[in-house]
Structures are given as C-alpha cells and as structure tokens.
Write a protein that binds this ligand. Structure first.
Ligand code: A2R
Length: 314
C-alpha cells in the first residue's frame, strides 16, 4: 500500500477509509529524523487548512504526488512549489458554503442584538435587580458589503435575503450578479453598515482590511471576519474598537490562532469564536468525505474531484 503522511488530525471515519488503501504515518507521532530517512517513501499527504504543509516537510518528500487538504482555504500550502514539482493539491470547496454562511450571520446577529451582553445580563440576575437592559440595533434592512463574493460570499448573500439586506461587494474582478460592485474596498466600507470578509488568505489579501477601511466603516459599523485572520490588521482592529472608530466586530479567525489578544477578549463590543466556521458534525463529515474521495480517486486513476485552481491542469 502507498505511504501517506497525515498532518494534523482525521476523524475515525476518515481513518477507517484511509487505512484500507494507505499505510498511514502520523506526523505528530514520527520519531525525529524519520522524515529525513524515509521521506522518499511518502507519495500522499492528507492535511488541513490550518496546518497545511510546511516548506521543510514538502522538501523532505521528493516523491510526493498529491496533497489533499481538509478545508477550502489552502494558503498554508505552497501551491507555486507544488505546481513546479507536479504535485496535485485538492481542497474541499462548496460542501461548507452553507455552514460558513451561517457562522457569518450568527456573528452579525450576535453583534446587532447584543446576544452576549444580554445573555450575561440574565445569568448575572440583573434582569431581576436592574430591569430591562438597553435597547439594541435592528439587524433588518442593513446594507452589507461582502469582501470576496465567491462560493461562500454568495451563500452569505443568499442567507441574508430574509433580513431585507441590501448586498454590495468588492473583489478584484466584478461578478455576473445584480449586486453593486465596488472596485475600491474603502469606498465600499464607507457605504455599508456591515462588512463581511470571506476572501482567501495569503499575500494578496494580507491586512487588506486596514485602519483606513475600518475608519470608513465607522463608529456605527460592524466588521465580521470568517475568512482568515491575516485579512484583517488585528492591531489596527483593536485600536479602532478601543477608540470607537469602529463599532462592533464578530470574529471567527485571528492572526495567530489559537492565540487571541487579551485586548479583544476584554471588549464588550466583540463576539469571538474559535475558528468554527465549518465546524458542525454534518459539514465536517462532508469535508472529511471529500478529502478522502480525492485521495482514493487519485490512487485509482490519477484524477481528482476538487483540485485547487492552480493545479487544475496537472
Ligand atoms: O478577486 P476575485 O475576482 O478573484 O474574487 C475572489 C475574491 N478575492 C479577492 N477579493 C479582493 N481582493 C483580493 N486580493 C482577493 N482575492 C480573492 O474572494 C472571490 O470572489 C472570493 C473567493 O471566492 P472562492 O474562491 O469561491 O472561495 P470560497 O470557497 O468562497 O472560500 C473563501 C475563503 C477560503 O479561501 C477560506 O480562507 C475561507 O473562505 O474559509
């Protein structure tokens, strides 16, 4: 059986299916020096969007044919190097669109309706001792700017329809949709109530939500990030929230996960989630299924179901 390097975890169902076709080597359990000595035996890698494949590991696998990534974001995998070496890279698009969209809207609603503040209010007995809490803002009839109107961005727009939302968007190229397109992110931020970030990570989106964009969003504005922590300048975000230049933030992703700055943890106008955009039993099962299907299909006939765009022609 071919040798597969498993980076990070895998569900029992994935492991059952993989172990029927591959000899699995778990990176976390390998003795030091193993890769240097036996790296040439590894032809397949299964990893996830967070761990990706470190450059030193990729370099230690001279006969690698394929990397299957559990997750749609693959910014932790060097696809330029993969293409150069003829290594196929796959990911798990589409199966998580609806779940990540739900997470984005959950964060947005929690910000508008002060879900965490009101929950704490009831738990602390303040409803009884102090009466009704202050009013919140309505999430209905807002203008929402989607940064990255791709598969997930479109699912977010679809799911926001019942709230009477006006959708606008920014990406590098306009899409074939009826929503207003902005070619400039700051201009869009100025015109919207909420900005939802759902681009890929990587160099082209690094800190594109900067101090200027947050100031344009403004004191009544809400920033939701369900993309990658790298997309938002976290230091500028903290400053904007502390100074009142930005009103609220709902964050599922952070610059140095799982580390979340103490300043963010202490703020009442922030809703925090531990990168759980797609983390439901149902969606993770679908992602795991596609991760394994890609590997098994490549093993069977050299083709795959969902290559990353850079590897579509390999
Ligand atoms: O820029 P375009 O026209 O290629 O549109 C894509 C947009 N996008 C960007 N927008 C502004 N500045 C950039 N530098 C930039 N780079 C890409 O993001 C497209 O509209 C969107 C990405 O859509 P999809 O490729 O369909 O990705 P999907 O499945 O929606 O997932 C997005 C990300 C993942 O990469 C993970 O990081 C995260 O959601 O879970």
């Amino acid at each position: 059986m071919p040798d597969l390097l498993l980076i990070g975890g895998a569900t029992p169902v994935m492991l059952d299916r993989l172990s029927a076709a591959f000899t699995i080597h778990r990176l976390a359990e390998l003795p030091s020096g193993w890769l240097a000595e036996h790296g040439d035996t590894i032809t397949y890698v299964a990893t996830n969007g967070h761990d990706g494949v470190r450059p030193d590991i990729m370099a230690a696998l001279p006969n690698l044919k394929m990397i299957s990534c559990y997750g749609v974001g693959y910014d932790a995998i060097d696809t330029d190097e993969a293409v150069k070496r003829g290594i196929m890279v796959t990911h798990t698009p589409n199966v998580l669109n609806a779940e990540v969209a739900t997470t984005a809207i959950l964060l947005m609603l929690a910000c508008y309706r002060e879900l965490l503040r009101n929950d704490a209010y009831v738990r602390a007995g303040k409803w009884e001792s102090e009466g009704n809490p202050p009013l919140t803002r309505s999430a209905d009839n807002q203008t929402v700017g989607i940064l990255g109107l791709g598969r997930i961005g479109q699912a977010i727009a679809d799911k926001l329809a019942p709230w009477g939302t006006t959708i606008v968007y920014h990406s590098r190229t306009p899409k074939d949709v009826s929503y207003r397109y902005y070619d400039n992110l700051t201009d869009m931020a100025r015109d919207v109530d909420t900005l939802i970030c759902i681009t890929p990570g990587g160099p082209s989106t690094n800190k594109i939500v900067n101090a200027e964009v947050m100031a344009a969003l403004g004191p009544e504005g809400t920033l939701i990030n369900v993309s990658r922590g790298s997309v938002v300048d976290e230091a500028a975000l903290i400053e904007a929230l502390q100074s009142g230049k930005l009103g609220w933030a709902g964050l599922d992703v952070f610059e140095a996960e799982p580390k979340v700055p103490e300043a963010l943890r202490a703020m009442p106008n922030v809703v925090l989630q531990p990168h759980v955009g797609s983390a439901t039993v149902e969606t993770r099962a679908a992602m795991g299924g596609l991760t394994v299907d890609n590997l098994l299909q490549h093993l069977a006939d050299g083709s795959v179901i969902s290559p990353v765009p850079e590897c579509a022609d390999i």
